[in-house]
Design a binder for this molecule. Structure first.
Ligand code: NAP
Ligand code: MG
Length: 495
């Protein structure tokens, strides 16, 4: 593992101390505090990262405010667009480095992280396109006299993005896109486990010509996120993370009436009908939950298989799962790496132990991985539980690990009811060749995304977000940018 790592090591990691990025400069925390980020595959220390205190939050917000009030606000849309297109090119040019930083920091295999390149470039170009399309309307009114009314679209102001650790560079790009396109400014707090690629992204923004202070990267812990959530200088919060923290943010944001969007957790159903194309459904059902070691908010963690094909399907799924290559994230053949931290690993192992106690059986996996080179990492076997009932803890709670709960079902009505019997509503999958079934399920499932004969598809042009406890607001798609704009009505009395 060591030799590959040394050969590929990004230049940024030559310094062990990594500072945050405020007002265009890499700066330490005012009180010089730092936290560690480590490689979850090896335990190796990657960096001592500046840990923002309340005073650093203040200066990042002040920098973002000054940039918002400054030339950025008056910059022509076409110029913002040019900068964003340059940024898209730079992010693609440097994508291997960004992917490698994420692989080291998060443990996601390089085979996965490098694939984010097209999406990152695509997102930035999609939002860049929107920069020159923002427009109000001239609207008819029936007021007395001769009165003209029209609307103006204005950027909301200073945005705080608070990010999770499960897809660091993709998340940074996704949050920055609508900010830059709308003319807002940003204070972005990456998760403490994975701060590195956000810092490099911030540097690339400067290189692309984004003015100092428009994008600030505030590294820190949960208290920095909390300080942003109640800060009077923040106009909008774009949060992605757990439902519990999302709730705290809503409370903290209430007294200053911040605009808030929250993309939260999930417990997504993946439903396989007896007429499905099993050659496609088997590997897809496995990767729907095991990709990124199960650390995906919309992972298909509840698998419902129609009874006629249940046993055959489960046997094939188990066989496929045993072929998944878990190991060194830097090995290009590796499909699944470790989970992000010891805390996360212990939480997942706890869920697996509880499942056994509640009466579920591990068909495949069920333990921490042993093996040469894996002992210092947080590797967990891809695990399938059968004999799970809808009431068991593993069937209800988000595990955020490589753990699948499988169920048999008989009818469409029954499975729809069971699929919706969760407080979450983020993703969902349906596998069938019957068009009517597909459409009925698409209408009936309470979730922000329904994937039919596919899973986990995302595109910059298509909205993504949650129903119920999975949050509100939609990222991507033509309307996302509206969440970064105020609408002002202008009345002009012509009499
Ligand atoms: P998390 O614990 O909620 O943390 C998310 C972010 O919030 C981190 O930056 C965290 O800081 C910060 N934070 C912690 N306490 C805070 C507080 N009181 N106020 C403001 N911010 C606070 O989530 P995670 O463990 O990183 O990520 C996993 C969760 O994210 C899962 O539930 C997953 O489903 C969800 N997720 C959802 C989506 C989606 O699009 N719906 C996408 C990805 C992940 P520190 O970590 O630095 O302490
Ligand atoms: Mg890390």
């Amino acid at each position: 593992m060591e030799t590959t790592l040394v050969r590929n090591r990004p230049a940024m990691l030559d310094r062990v101390e990594q500072d945050m990025l405020i007002d265009g400069k890499r700066v330490p925390a005012l009180f010089a505090k730092r936290f560690e980020t480590r490689n979850p595959a090896t335990g190796e220390l990657l960096a001592q990262v500046a840990q923002a205190g309340a005073e650093d939050v203040d200066r990042a917000v002040a920098a973002a405010r000054a940039a918002f009030e400054g030339p950025w606000r008056r910059m022509k849309p076409a110029e913002r667009q040019r900068i964003m297109l340059r940024l898209a090119d730079l992010v693609e040019e440097h994508y291997e480095e960004l992917a490698l930083l994420d692989t080291l920091d998060l443990g996601a295999p390089l085979s996965r992280t490098v694939l984010g390149k097209a999406r990152a470039g695509g997102l930035l170009r999609y939002y860049a396109g929107q920069a020159t399309l923002l427009s109000g309307d001239t609207l008819p009114n029936s007021a007395a006299g001769d009165v003209l009314s029209h609307t103006l679209k204005e950027p909301i102001g200073v945005v705080a993005a608070i990010n999770p650790w499960n897809g660091p560079i993709g998340m940074s790009v996704w949050k920055a896109g609508p900010v830059l396109a709308s003319g807002c400014t940003l204070v972005m707090k990456p998760a403490e486990q994975t701060p590195l690629s956000a810092l490099r992204f911030g540097e690339l923004c400067l290189e692309a010509g984004v003015p100092a202070g428009v994008i600030n990267i505030l590294t820190g812990l949960g208290d920095a996120g909390a300080a942003l959530s109640s800060h009077p200088g923040i106009d909008k919060i774009a949060f992605t993370g757990s439902t519990g923290v999302g709730e705290k943010i809503l409370h903290a944001a209430a007294s200053t009436m911040k605009r808030v969007s929250v993309e939260l957790g999930g417990k997504s159903p993946n439903i396989v009908f007896a007429d499905a194309d099993l050659d496609k459904a088997v590997p897809a059902a496995a990767m729907a939950v095991f990709a990124n070691s199960g650390q995906i908010c919309s992972a298909g963690t509840r698998l419902f298989v129609q009874r006629e094909i249940h046993d055959e399907f489960m046997a094939r799924l188990a066989d496929f799962t045993r072929t998944i290559r878990v190991g060194d994230p830097l090995d290009p053949a590796t499909q699944i790496g470790p989970v992000v931290s010891a805390t996360q690993m212990d939480k997942i192992l706890g869920f697996m132990q509880g499942a056994g106690q509640e009466g579920a059986q591990a068909l495949v996996g069920g333990a921490r991985m042993a093996g040469a080179g894996l002992e210092d990492g947080f590797f967990i076997e891809p695990t399938i539980f059968t004999g799970v009932t809808d009431e068991m803890t593993i069937a209800r709670e988000e595990i955020f690990g490589p753990v699948l709960s499988a169920f048999a079902f008989d009818t469409e009505e029954e499975v729809l009811k069971r699929a919706n019997a969760t407080p979450f509503g983020l993703g969902s999958g349906v596998w069938t060749r019957n068009l009517s079934t597909a459409h009925r399920m698409a209408r009936g499932i309470q979730a922000g995304s329904v994937w039919i004969n596919c899973y986990q598809m995302l595109d910059p042009g298509v909205p993504f977000g949650g129903y119920k406890l999975s949050g509100f607001g939609r990222e991507s798609g033509p309307h996302h940018i509206e969440e970064y704009l105020e609408t002002k009505a202008v009345w002009i009395n012509l009499d």
